[in-house]
Ligand binder design. Structure first.
Ligand SMILES: CSC[C@H]1O[C@H](OP(=O)(O)O)[C@H](O)[C@@H]1O
Length: 362
């Protein structure tokens, strides 16, 4: 098995962030050397790095890049700068809660240490960013272990978009059970939706699973119903950008349709959700801000026009799946079913997870 590509790496020697440019995959494996907060913001905005956990990590490192030269600032000036730079990074994409979760986690940690000097505070921000990345790999593996209790050797599983190793520190969330099943010697047959318009499924999920030697079949989004009808799919598993307190799930556009199809075919529909993607401060899915992106993502593929010039477009990057269509939410702390409002709240309470007070422009 080829080790999955690490989409986000911190270069300690050169004090820089190294990203795989995911807009160039699968044809070209190219790296971006990020040295400023502006480059971090642009990498997130342009989907050079994408995937909720990966953009959270990138924002965390970007915050450090945005303050690292303020060694001579006063403590008060530095705290003000951290707040301003975090707000700037949060403006890059609105839906994935991991972005603001990572920034709020760092701010909370930093501001809870009034005794340390500005240079020490700058170093603390970097150390917390690195901790977020290190934890994410273990979180993804734990999600995979819990997800495997719901799968069997030899089943067919459909997934959407890329909630893979490229979207996280390693393993992915929705793809974690595929990597762990391979370690166990199981053969799970993965069906990957291409995921129009940006094609994260064909360009990224199919790429990374094929590289890993995992049995993956690429299908167009409009083929999902047929493969379900043929009986090839025993489960659907997707990632998420944000789970609301009631269990409604924001994820890549097309996820809601898959959930309806799964229900119609009596196929379980699972959501792999790290706690960092669960937002108990947002009551319901209707309150989750849905990013709308440029119409050129729809009208062009690799800069080749596939629609008439000037055509009107509607390009929401995400949709919301109501909780009643979700069979279970798989987290690193366990699997939640049924009454999600109660189950998610209990999960946080039982594991002493402090829900960060996230202030975001709605
Ligand atoms: C674990 S990745 C979660 C989520 O993020 C992706 O969106 P994007 O590619 O626009 O960043 C997709 O919705 C994944 O399911």
């Amino acid at each position: 098995m080829t080790q999955p590509l690490a989409s986000v790496q911190w270069d300690k020697e050169l004090d820089q962030l190294i990203l795989i440019d995911q807009t160039r995959l699968p044809r070209h494996i190219e790296y971006l050397f990020i040295r400023t907060i502006e480059e971090s913001w642009e990498a997130i905005k342009s989907l050079q790095v994408r995937g909720a956990p990966a953009i959270g990590m990138t924002a965390a490192y970007g915050l450090y890049l945005g303050i690292r030269h303020a060694q001579n600032a006063s403590r008060r000036e530095l705290e003000q700068l951290i707040t301003e730079q975090a707000s700037y990074l949060a403006s890059s994409r609105p839906t994935a809660i991991n972005l603001v979760w990572a920034l709020e986690r760092i701010k909370t940690k930093a501001f809870n240490h009034p005794e340390i000097s500005p240079p020490e505070l700058i170093q603390l921000v970097l150390e917390e960013a690195r901790l977020i990345q290190q934890e994410d790999e273990n979180v993804c593996r734990s999600i995979g272990e819990h997800a495997l209790t719901l799968f069997e050797d030899g089943i067919g599983v459909l997934t959407h978009c890329n909630a893979g190793s490229l979207a996280t520190a390693r393993y992915g969330t929705a793809t974690a059970p595929f990597y762990l099943a391979q370690e166990k010697g199981w053969n799970i047959k993965v069906y990957a939706d291409e995921t129009r318009p940006v094609l994260q499924g064909s360009r990224l999920t199919a790429f990374e699973l094929q590289q890993a030697g995992i049995d993956v079949t690429l299908i167009c989004d409009n083929m999902a119903a047929s493969v379900m009808q043929k009986g090839w799919i025993q489960a659907v598993i997707v990632g998420t950008d944000r789970v609301a307190a009631n269990g409604d799930v924001a994820n890549k556009i097309g996820t809601y349709g898959l959930a309806v199809l799964a229900k119609a075919h009596n196929i379980p529909f699972y959501v792999a959700a790290p706690l960092s993607s669960i937002d108990l401060n947002t009551e319901q899915g209707a309150d989750i801000p849905i990013e709308e992106r440029e119409g050129t993502e729809i009208t062009h593929i690799s800069e080749i026009p596939v629609a008439p010039a000037g055509i009107q477009t509607f390009n929401p990057a995400f949709d919301v799946t109501p909780s009643h269509l979700v069979t279970a939410i798989i987290t690193e702390k366990g699997i939640v079913r049924g009454n999600y409002k109660q189950g998610l709240a209990e999960l946080f309470q039982n594991h002493n997870i402090v829900e960060l007070q996230i202030n975001e422009a709605k």
